[in-house]
Design a protein around this ligand. Sequence first.
Ligand code: ZN
Length: 152
Amino acid sequence: MPGLEDLYKEIIMDHYRSPRNQGELASPPAHHALGINPSCGDEITVYVSVDDDDIITDVAIDGRGCSISQSAASMMSEAIKGKTTAEAAELSDAYKGMLAITDSGDKPDLSMGDLVALRGVSKFPARIKCATLGFNTLLQALENSGSTTSTE
Ligand code: ZN
């Protein structure tokens, strides 16, 4: 389906050119972490605010790197806002499962929002680290509970 591939490419480039939730959180964020993908030179800092009910109330992304890494982080920031930390971890698993799918026959999971646009990355194993950097950094940030030091 070349039409769908083109649409996906457009979604990726849109997030790359206009990243969502870019910057830092004004109020001191409880959780943040720096993720680096040395093989491509991608860097992403994820800031997350989590309330007492474990809901991700706000997220900000500060990053530089290739279009896959930056668009994936932007899409992730939209997908996780308002979710619980457990739901965000589940989404991360589902997303990584999608990237491991090499057979393009199965249906995309629409609950993933724009992240489905990255399913084509499964055909390029070298770029999977770019596509998962955002989620891996998010999970790291959530583990850094109450910490304000980033891991480098
Ligand atoms: Zn990259």
